[in-house]
Design a protein around this ligand. Sequence first.
Ligand SMILES: C[S@@+](CC[C@H](N)C(=O)[O-])C[C@H]1O[C@@H](n2cnc3c(N)ncnc32)[C@H](O)[C@@H]1O
Length: 356
Amino acid sequence: MKPQRKVEAYQQFVLDCKIYWSTQVYPELQSHYSHLADQAQRSGNKAPTQAREAQALLADSTLYQFYAWYERHLQRMKYSGRMGLVPHFDSERDTLEARLAEADSLDNLQLDPAFQPPRYYTSFDVHQHPKGLAGDSLAGLVYEQASRSTTPLLRRDRDLHHRFTAELLARVRPKRMVDLGCGFGKSTRPFYQEVSGIELTAVDLSEPCLRVAALNARDDQASGVRFLQRDAADTGLEAGRFDTVTSTMLLHELPPPHLERVVAESFRLLEPGGTVIHLDFLVPDPDPFKRFIHYSHGRRNNEPFMEPLNELDLVALHKQAGFTEVEILPFEEAEGTLAPGYRAWRFPWAVVIARK
Ligand SMILES: C[S@@+](CC[C@H](N)C(=O)[O-])C[C@H]1O[C@@H](n2cnc3c(N)ncnc32)[C@H](O)[C@@H]1O
């Protein structure tokens, strides 16, 4: 559904503010932090090495408080309030629910009416999305629209997922593949579009998201793809059947014990020699400022497992599960974003690759 003009204009305003925040406020904050760190050292204090020390250094900074407030509230404005996406979609509820009901007759979708999502999943409004990704029948449509401005500088909506698909296809030629935490199918779509003859199984906890994914695949006239309502930690799929297991932006959404189960489940699903390849957010270096900014972004965006993921030894976790050749590599989500002079805010995109 295309938003009404006034909602569209408001959402564009929110996006413009987010671009200002990324390209102006964040670099300013980074310079301010460097200045504070230099000053601290000149006064005989040791330079911060930990995220919490960077936090302490910025505790009294009005610029940091503004930066944090602005980020938190722009995200809230996207979803809530008179021009937010949730009330907007709600105003068209009957039409949209009728469209989503078409998914009931699709062969590419398996929902489970008795499905109980894990407790962590329903215990907070992830991304500040009221009722989260599964608490309302329209949540998948709202999420689809909201995702268009999650990475404010990536104007071309398809860029990121298609770039990741290219990265994956440079390493493996999947024939039987699983996409864990597929959401409304944005990460699944490039695979069924670009790999002919692929057998693609996509799983997610959210019925509203899976309905959108299945309808989009129908509209794309995709074959060989199915969407299942399953937990990535316990998919019920056949052991050893798949040559590739992937996920995009799933790992940071999992509490560490659940993440451990997802790693073990990925290993179980793969045939010997198979590859797991995840795209997620992992701060590549110990830089305390970058770590603090990323962890506090997680808190502001209601993504509480962002910090635990980054504090885990993911390589060791994969090796314990039986994987070999585990690598974590930075991922350039758009041309030039890994260049040393790139100053705007960005997610610390990274690819985790491991072989069974
Ligand atoms: C940030 S979204 C990413 C969606 C999609 N991969 C994309 O790139 O647009 C994370 C997805 O993981 C799903 N998710 C969270 N925990 C899960 C779990 N234990 N099993 C399966 N899916 C899960 C959420 O419902 C959500 O759709």
